[in-house]
Ligand binder design. Structure first.
Ligand SMILES: [Zn+2]
Length: 53
């Protein structure tokens, strides 16, 4: 996972991570790209649907 940086230059912290769908088995989890929601520590802007894996 790469570091997330906000447009303002602040660090984006991961707030929540998508759950794997029930149809995804353990092998597919290695390939599946989950999305996450991040929040900037400085300006508090929230960005959804960021790549996590
Ligand atoms: Zn920011």
């Amino acid at each position: 996972m790469s570091m997330f940086i906000c447009d303002c230059g602040g660090v984006l912290l991961v707030k929540s991570i998508e759950e794997y769908p029930a149809r995804v088995n353990s092998t597919e989890k290695l390939e599946y790209e989950r999305k996450c929601t991040v929040e900037c520590v400085d300006c508090r802007s929230v960005k959804e649907n960021q790549r996590y894996d």
